[in-house]
Design a protein around this ligand. Sequence first.
Ligand SMILES: NC(=O)c1ccc[n+]([C@@H]2O[C@H](COP(=O)([O-])OP(=O)(O)OC[C@H]3O[C@@H](n4cnc5c(N)ncnc54)[C@H](O)[C@@H]3O)[C@@H](O)[C@H]2O)c1
Length: 383
Amino acid sequence: MKTVRFGIIGLGLMGRELASAVSRWGHLEDIGVRPVITAICSKSLEPTRVGWFKENFPTITQVSADYREMLASPEVDAIYCAVPHHLHQELYTAIIRAGKHLLAEKPFGMDQAANAAIMAAVRERPDVVVRCSSEFPFFPGVQRIFHLIETSAFGSIFEVNGGFLHSSDLDPNKPLNWKRTVEHNGEYGVMGDLGMHACHVPFRAGWLPRNVRAVLSNIISRRPAGIDGGIVPCETWDNATLLCEAADARSGSVFPLTLKMQRIAPGQMNTWYLEIYGTKASVRFSTKNPKRLELLEYRGGKQAWQQIDLGYASAFRTVTGEIFEFGFSDSILQMMAAFFHEVATGAPLRPAAGCVTPDEAALSHRLFTAALKSQKNATTEKV
Ligand SMILES: NC(=O)c1ccc[n+]([C@@H]2O[C@H](COP(=O)([O-])OP(=O)(O)OC[C@H]3O[C@@H](n4cnc5c(N)ncnc54)[C@H](O)[C@@H]3O)[C@@H](O)[C@H]2O)c1
């Protein structure tokens, strides 16, 4: 078993989620590679948080408040970096140039200029594996959809809708945090936060947006700043609807691709969904009902949607029996398996079992930048 010494920068929501997946590594079978957490870094180094890491990962030998200490360590081969968006450019470029493999977080640069700087570092270091996080393609329902795409089961695709929905921002009393300020989250607003999740499968399937008409909404424009901070402007976009003309790289067919990213979708919590409509087959999948795939196969005659309950049919084999359910933390474990598999072998297990590539992230920046222009001028913009 190959060992990869692993550092985590940013010990917040996602830093802990990925560390927890490392502690569950034995869940994976036949993986051939194992991450071992040797270093952690966070600006705040809050004692309870550091204590949680040290207690659960006795392999940690370095704890630092300055990421440069981790980059200088010979005990770190690969890094997961989960920090606010305004820091992506500085940290990601430094990590790549230090020769550490990088599992980065979306949006992979706060804006297109930051993304271009990161892409320059990626080009300088082809020996370094750089990928971006996106876990929903690893749900068994989405893996099954990829199989249908790869076997051209849809016939001619004539419509695709995908999105990622949350609702907690419906509460006007929810305080402002960094994800709701232009300074730290960027002008993309909800697109920077949720957009990569909506784009990953369409981009990997080869459905490339040619142009976009975007409607962006700032629904709750003032929020409490925090304890005794008063009410302050909240300037980020809450919701985004992007209607794209997409071209299928396989067949050349052109169809509408609608991507929705919403922080205010009443009743929804971490709902990722995808619908594909084709002349021979159509599918609908949503994490709201994560074991169910809806499939309509058409060979003439009656049209009927089947509801198929999928078991734990994951890209990377695990000890879980196929009759059991798959959830969010399983998708994180699968995504990490995909990253470390690429670090160890130099290639993804299958195209459908790979993390977001830098080129896919750069395409999402072209799309979101065009969407901002479309919103501003009420025009359809080339991507
Ligand atoms: N893949 C997903 O499903 C998913 C979900 C949520 C967030 N994210 C992404 O993860 C990233 C982090 O989001 P989060 O929700 O974990 O944020 P968070 O606010 O919970 O954590 C951010 C962490 O970064 C640390 N930090 C800030 N400045 C730093 C610096 N200069 N050096 C080192 N550490 C620093 C903070 O101390 C904190 O521990 C973002 O890019 C976000 O878009 C991804």
